[in-house]
Write a protein that binds this ligand. Structure first.
Ligand code: NAP
Length: 516
């Protein structure tokens, strides 16, 4: 059986014990095993700090961007192989695998392009300089320079390629070496990504290391210049961010956690065939329930519809969800694969049972389908009292599951119900009435990190609310983790230290590379 390896201290490490299995979720066949036993995590950190950090900091932003471009190319060149690994280990259809694999290469390419505008410099000026005395003999300018530590990336099971790529792109561009740790159960695709990048000899020694399996005492060894960026469940995030060592060292921590994203149908949209906005709403919502079998942090979990239209919307959604073909993505005609692990299947079944205490199932069963494989067909619920829907606003069921909720057509009510989710990644609002959307944003826009407005004028171009594009912020307040990733330079700044440089204007400007 294949044993996955970690890439540490410039070599591949293969454990001999402590293995966890990696399974094909369509067949339940064991594909590989993984363990991090035998790794000296102190040595891994030293290697990054002593080799990767200095080598990256010696490069300019533009030079580091060129490395990202090569990383992107190598992943693109092996796209078919990576899609196949994703199908085997994550149970993805080709389209769902591409969301992850092309998302990784695309994000790396985006940051490579962005680096050109940053130029051949080692620091970035931020904002305008300011005079601090009567003359320009004393002046200040904020600049951003790489932190001197290590970026540790802990990623979720659902994006083995993109999770690695989107975080690594920002850290490497900033000049910080990366230790990436995928979720063990689906690490097959990540291991291959790193293997390809290492074999291509793109990065300086120590700039990128891979841990597959437990992180051992790695997190307890992080210090004040390090960054820990975590993506996963809110429960794990809470445990990790409260580690005494991270708190004591004030290690910079970014959390991207789970989210009860909402789609809101505006009162101006008639749920009829021929309405471009309603057509977009249906297309997006069905995609956001079923893409990656609902295993996306940005998937739609709650669907708010004006009370007098909820029956028509329910019928239209059921008709579309009924056309989804659940099965092994290797089989022709299958449009949605299984959940990724046995644990995810158990969680989804338990989750629907909890939602069913305050909502009723109107489509699907909320149970496993078939005897073999972790298949779970789309399940739609409806709660008639949106404000008393309990778990619907509290429990993220990480599968193709969403709940319809009525509201009274006012923007204020919609935003209040959305905010019951406790802080979310993305809200999608479908309306052609800018006034209503403005009111929604003013009342409750701050409950989400991103608001996606679907309208007649965006119907042809809008990619769906679930796409975390590198140009726009990814992250949300509250239970979504409070983190900020992507968003162009926003995501890079996580790995940069802001320094106020003070001195004479002439000298400060010269040091900061600012023309007078
Ligand atoms: P998870 O169980 O919280 O695990 C996430 C990662 O944390 C895995 O790599 C896991 O490693 C690691 N981990 C768990 N306990 C740890 C510990 N004590 N020390 C160090 N690492 C530890 O989450 P998941 O099931 O993989 O992912 C699903 C969740 O992620 C969902 O809730 C989803 O909403 C969220 N998610 C959020 C985003 C976002 O951007 N906001 C994106 C994707 C997913 P092992 O696998 O080795 O246990």
């Amino acid at each position: 059986m294949k044993t996955l390896r970690s890439y540490i201290c410039g070599r591949w490490h293969e454990a001999t014990s402590g293995f966890a299995p990696l399974v094909d979720p369509s067949t339940e066949e064991v594909l590989a095993q993984a363990s991090s036993e035998g790794i000296d995590f102190g040595a891994v950190l030293d290697y990054a700090r002593d080799h990767g950090g200095p080598a990256l900091r010696a490069l300019t932003f533009a030079q580091r961007g060129a490395l990202l471009k090569d990383m992107s190319k190598v992943l693109r060149d092996h796209r078919d192989e990576l899609l196949d690994l994703s199908r085997q280990n994550n149970g993805t259809t080709k389209g769902d695998g591409s969301f992850d694999v092309d998302g990784a290469s695309g994000t790396l390419a985006y940051y490579a392009a962005l680096s050109k505008s940053l130029g051949d410099r080692h620091s970035l000026p931020e904002g305008d300089g300011v005079q601090l005395a009567k003359t320009d003999g004393f002046w200040a300018q904020h600049i951003l320079v790489p932190r001197r530590g290590v970026a540790v990336h802990v990623n979720a099971f659902n994006f083995p390629a993109w999770g690695f790529g989107e975080k690594a792109a920002c850290a490497l561009l900033a000049g910080m070496p990366v230790i990436t740790k995928p979720a063990t159960a689906t690490a097959l695709t990540t291991e291959r990504c790193i293997e390809l990048i290492v074999a291509a000899g793109i990065l300086p020694e120590g700039a990128l290391q891979l841990i597959i399996g437990s992180t051992g005492d790695l997190l307890d060894r992080l210090g004040p210049q390090d960054v820990m960026a975590f993506t996963g469940s809110a429960d794990t995030a809470r445990k990790l961010r409260n580690r005494p060592s991270l708190l004591a060292a004030n290690t910079r921590v970014n959390v991207e956690a789970d989210s009860l994203n909402a789609a809101v149908l505006g009162p101006d949209v008639d749920p009829v065939e021929g309405s471009a906005t309603f057509g977009l709403f249906l297309k997006d919502v069905v995609r956001e329930i079923t893409q990656k079998t609902g295993q996306k942090c940005t998937a739609v979990r709650r669907i708010l519809v004006p009370s007098d239209r909820i029956a028509a919307v329910q019928d239209a959604l059921i008709s579309r969800l009924g056309a989804v073909v659940t099965g092994n993505p290797a089989d022709a005609g299958v449009t949605m694969g299984p959940l990724a692990t046995a644990q995810q299947l158990r969680d989804a079944e338990e989750g629907v049972a909890e939602l069913a205490r305050t909502a009723r199932i109107v489509h699907g069963s909320g149970k496993r389908s078939g005897a073999k494989g972790f298949f779970f067909a789309p399940t739609l619920l409806r709660a008639d009292d949106a404000r008393q829907a309990g778990a619907v606003h509290e429990r993220e069921v990480f599968g193709p599951v969403a709940t319809l909720l009525p509201y009274d057509a006012s923007a204020a009510a919609a935003s209040e119900i959305v905010a019951l989710g406790g802080g979310i990644l993305v809200t999608s609002v479908y309306s052609d009435d800018a006034g209503w959307v403005g009111e929604f944003l003013a009342h409750g826009g701050g409950a989400a990190g991103r608001v996606y407005v679907g309208s007649e004028s965006s119907a042809a171009d809008a990619p769906g609310s679930g796409a975390a594009l590198p140009q726009a912020l990814h992250g949300g307040p509250g239970r979504a983790g409070g983190g900020e990733e992507l968003g162009g330079l926003v995501g890079v700044k996580l790995y940069l230290q802001r320094v106020a440089v003070q001195g004479s204007k002439a000298l400060v400007n010269e040091v900061a590379g600012v023309s007078a």
